[in-house]
Design a protein around this ligand. Structure first.
Ligand SMILES: *Cc1c(COP(=O)(O)O)cnc(C)c1O
Length: 221
């Protein structure tokens, strides 16, 4: 099946209000161009250098979402054009994003990453750490950062019950945080969860942004 067909299969299964981030990491620009020609405008990448290269080569109206683990010293390379940073997992990183945003006069949209999986390896705040960070109130003074919501990855397992439980817990936390900290921030509305194997479960539990890669572009090298 072609990228165009895969893309349309995924889109057909999504409610209209859920947006699709086509995760194109490790795939060549030709594949992204194919998805672009089929109408896709939001792409997700997880390596800074790779995203910058692709951004140079592809059309300007693409929204580039950074979905990987971002090191503070690399924020400056993506700050001028990135549309959303999904994986913010420390106050230090948030400070650096704000600093780089200020330097170039651009407000950068961010999602806070929560650790919801049972694996040790995945990045992100615990629920407590996230609340402690928000309680510092420092983020409120960051004029060049806009916190637009939360992001999370479920455990890599076939156990659908477990996956659903994790997504539901993130949705619940999202509602709590929204009420406690963001009731006056209308742009706090995104819940980024769901990948190729679990995006339908994520949508059922309130995802607004699904990050789907291999189901569109095939297996990665
Ligand atoms: C690679 C990646 C995805 C996409 O994974 P697929 O299983 O190929 O859909 C989604 N989110 C993040 C954070 C990723 O790193």
């Amino acid at each position: 099946m072609s990228i165009r067909e895969n893309l349309h299969h995924v889109l057909e299964t999504l409610p209209e209000e859920v947006r699709l981030v086509a995760v194109s990491k490790y795939h060549p620009v030709e594949s992204l161009q194919e998805a672009y020609d089929a109408g896709q405008r939001i792409f997700g990448e997880s390596k800074v250098q790779e995203m910058c290269l692709k951004h140079e080569l592809l059309p300007d109206d693409i929204e580039w979402h950074f979905i990987g683990h971002l090191q503070s010293n690399k924020v400056k390379y993506i700050a001028p054009y990135v549309s959303m940073i999904h994986g913010v997992d420390s106050l230090k990183l948030l400070r650096e994003i704000n600093r780089q945003g200020e330097r170039i006069g651009r407000t950068i949209r961010c999602l806070l990453q929560l650790h919801i999986a049972c694996e040790e390896t995945k990045f992100g705040f615990s629920f407590d750490e996230c609340r402690n960070m928000l309680d510092t109130n420092e983020w409120q003074d960051m004029a060049y950062v806009e916190i637009c919501g939360l992001m999370g990855m479920a455990s890599n397992t076939d156990d659908e019950k477990q996956i659903c439980k994790e997504f539901a817990s993130l949705h619940e936390f999202f509602s709590l945080i929204k009420g406690l900290y963001f009731s006056e921030y209308q742009n706090f509305k995104e819940l980024s969860m769901g990948m190729s194997d679990d995006y339908l479960l994520a949508v059922e539990r309130g995802s607004t942004l699904v990050r789907v890669g291999s189901r569109i572009f095939g297996v990665r090298n």
